[in-house]
Ligand binder design. Structure first.
Ligand code: ZN
Length: 203
């Protein structure tokens, strides 16, 4: 069972963030309405530019630790050779916190983040194969946080950035429904996903 959200300790670097009406820290990168209301499902594009330029953690807004860039996404983003990310990497503690409290990571399909207003049809098809772990039917819903020390950025015609981490990963941790999996379970699930993906995408 996942730890109840209210019992998950807020990481040190996120303690200074404003809290929402429920008392949860509002991540640095979220879009805000004109009255300041945070929209947790949307990223602020201007903040994204600052985050990329200054190599900040998108959650707490503080500088990333050298050589410790943690990406979070589905297993295809992590383990497909062309897997990439739209979210910038952050601190290990901040990402692990999000994996326990963010409803988009603990319950819903991650691609809800890529809502229709942001992505054109043609772009979506091209992007989802690499970004969307939910393209594989009946697969276990797991998320992978993985560490690298560098990444490259490309920008599509739609203006969205794709981040391409340098692999192999230096470390990774696998989560399902807000709970971190042990190494053996994680390995089994990832192998299953790879087999299923290969079946669905014959060379
Ligand atoms: Zn952080």
């Amino acid at each position: 069972m996942p730890t109840p959200i209210k019992d998950v300790p807020v990481p040190r670097r996120m303690l200074g963030l404003e809290r929402d009406h429920r008392g949860y820290p509002v991540p640095f990168n979220v879009q805000r309405g004109q009255d300041g209301t945070p929209y947790f499902t949307a990223n602020d594009h201007m903040k994204t530019l600052v985050i990329l330029e200054k190599n900040l953690c998108p959650l707490c807004g503080q500088p990333n630790v050298k050589d410790e860039l943690w990406f979070v996404g589905g297993p295809l983003s992590a383990f497909h050779p062309h897997g990439c990310y739209i979210d910038q990497p952050g601190h290990e503690a901040c990402i692990a916190y999000a994996l326990q409290v963010c409803p988009y990571l603990i319950t819903a399909k991650y691609t809800k983040r890529l809502d229709d207003k942001q992505v054109k049809d043609a772009d979506r098809e091209a992007m989802l194969i690499m970004i969307d772990p939910t393209m594989i039917p009946d697969r276990p819903k797991v998320f992978v946080m993985a560490r690298t020390d560098a990444y490259k950025i490309t920008q599509g015609s739609h203006g969205m950035f794709s981040l391409h981490p340098v692999r192999p990963w230096l470390d990774f941790r696998v989560w399902r429904d807000g709970v971190e999996l042990d190494t053996e379970t994680a390995a089994r699930i990832i192998v299953d996903i790879a087999v299923e993906f290969d079946k669905a995408n014959p060379v």
